[in-house]
Design a protein around this ligand. Structure first.
Ligand code: NAP
Length: 260
């Protein structure tokens, strides 16, 4: 444990908030940062399930705090930031990760479905980034990671049935670039990660129609789905001092999908 803490780019003692962290990539991020000595605030809509992640962090000798937070609700986001500061005294890292992805043909997509996806996947990122950046600006340091997707339009990959999702992820890419500019004077770095097909509860290979799975894998040069740990490893690099000159970037982690 001590060896791992020392090798992770000055992360020991830092404080991170991770949204959507009860499972999937957010949970892998939480456990990975905790192993590097980061105190992790595990936020999601179920506090009980966040507590299970914190229990695991503590079992491994780390520190954590479980907080119920719906990222679309400004008062809950403000409460999340307050609880993090009350418990750990500062916030060094935000991983904006909470998201939903529901397939719906564009001609059948309802206004409510559009609003819900944009509210969680884009407005939630704005609310969390702004609330946390106000604290980071006071201390003149911080790192924000926004989880986008290869399905963000800008790199040539649209996805049928995901007009609302791709619009939200394209918005995250744009938000990332602008925040990198506006927050650089406060020594806050802002980057995005664009995962490809990652085997999590959101898109579980076990639940996929084998034909859909094979169709997806046929587009991926490494011919497999990624796993949550491979995203967490990228988060670890981007929040560490080893990436100190990287801001405004979108790091694609997709097994070569976009290169195809
Ligand atoms: P996941 O396993 O479904 O985890 C996402 C978590 O966010 C869930 O616990 C979810 O809870 C939570 N969440 C949803 N709405 C929320 C809200 N309003 N407030 C707080 N938390 C909320 O999905 P994942 O695959 O780890 O995805 C993590 C991120 O990666 C997402 O932004 C996703 O769009 C992105 N991504 C995923 C893939 C992939 O292939 N898996 C690819 C590219 C990008 P509920 O389940 O109750 O909604």
């Amino acid at each position: 444990m001590e060896k791992e803490k020392n090798c992770c780019g000055g992360l020991s003692g830092k404080v991170a908030i991770i949204t959507g962290a009860r499972r999937g990539m957010g949970k892998a991020d939480a456990l990975t940062l905790a192993r590097a000595g980061v105190k992790v605030v595990v936020a999601d809509i179920s506090e009980e399930e966040c507590q299970l992640v914190v229990d695991e962090i503590k079992k491994n000798g780390g520190e954590g705090l479980a907080v119920k937070c719906d990222v679309t609700n400004k008062s809950e986001v403000d409460g999340l930031v307050k609880k993090a500061i009350d418990k750990f005294g500062k916030i060094d890292i935000l991983v904006n990760n909470a998201g939903i992805c529901q397939f719906k043909p564009f001609l059948e997509l309802t206004e409510e479905e559009w609003d819900r996806t944009l509210d969680i996947n884009l407005k939630g990122y704005f609310l969390c980034a702004q609330a946390v950046a106000k604290e980071m600006a006071k201390q003149k340091s911080g790192v924000i990671i926004n989880i986008a997707s290869v399905a963000m339009g800008q790199m040539g990959l649209g996805m049928s049935g995901l007009a609302h999702y791709t619009a939200s992820k394209g918005g995250i890419a744009a938000l990332t670039k602008t925040l990198a500019l506006e927050l650089a004077p406060y020594n806050i770095r802002v980057n995005a990660i664009a995962p490809g097909a990652i085997d999590t509860p959101m898109s579980s290979s076990a639940d996929m129609d084998p034909k859909v799975l094979e169709g997806t894998l046929s587009m991926i040069p490494l011919h497999r789905m990624g796993n949550a740990q491979e995203i967490a490893n990228t988060v670890l690099f981007l929040v560490s001092e080893k990436s100190s000159y990287i801001t405004g970037s979108i790091v694609v982690v997709d097994g070569g999908w976009l290169a195809g």
